[in-house]
Design a protein around this ligand. Structure first.
Ligand code: ZN
Ligand code: ZN
Length: 187
């Protein structure tokens, strides 16, 4: 997408802030995973100073929102880091990761999103140490969702749901199956 010369004009047209934003958007899934781990640690080992706890919470929320927004921006265009990191065997990987593809499509449907959020939030009301453990485990499920999303955006040209529009999770049980038979390379 971006061809840069080493001269000052090119640098001015593509300032460091834009480069940081692009890089951050590219690494947003990893950033969000770190934030989830941070939220879990914060609940398990809350700071004793209430101001400190508030500060850390606000910082975490800001970090998550910024990562999310930059990830959305990243996903709307072509990213040079993504291009450089394109795997050599994307169609084989697409077959291996079809469950993640299915998840990233189905995960956007209200019939899955609403119950999932109910469990995500509801688990925080479970009492005692075992409640805390269950809550932590439930939160870590978000890490897999983010991985699924990241895999999908990396291999989207090979996603059977994006390509054919068939399935899309409509009446699918857990295991999706519309894996493309042909292994054409799209680039
Ligand atoms: Zn990227
Ligand atoms: Zn797709």
């Amino acid at each position: 997408m971006i061809v840069r010369g080493g001269d000052a004009m090119a640098d001015a047209a593509y300032p460091w802030s834009a480069r940081v934003a692009e890089r951050w958007g590219h690494l947003a899934p990893q950033a969000l995973i770190v934030a989830i781990v941070g939220v879990i640690l914060l609940r398990l080992h809350p700071p004793t100073d209430p101001m400190m706890a508030l500060g850390v919470s606000v910082a975490l929320i800001t970090f998550v929102v910024a990562s999310w927004l930059l990830m959305r921006r990243h996903d709307r265009g072509l990213c040079e880091h993504c291009m450089a990191g394109m795997p050599l065997n994307p169609s084989q990987l697409a077959v291996r990761y079809k469950r993640r593809f299915w998840l990233s499509h189905s995960g956007a449907q209200p019939r899955y999103v609403i119950p999932y959020f109910a469990v995500l939030i509801g688990s925080s009301f479970l009492p005692g140490k075992s409640g805390l453990l269950i809550w932590s485990l439930v939160q870590t499920s978000m890490i897999y969702l983010i991985l699924a999303y990241a895999t999908h955006r990396r291999l989207q040209p090979w996603c059977p749901w994006c390509r054919g529009g068939d399935g899309g999770g409509e009446d699918d049980p857990v295991a999706p199956d519309p894996v493309p038979e042909d292994h054409r390379q799209l680039i």
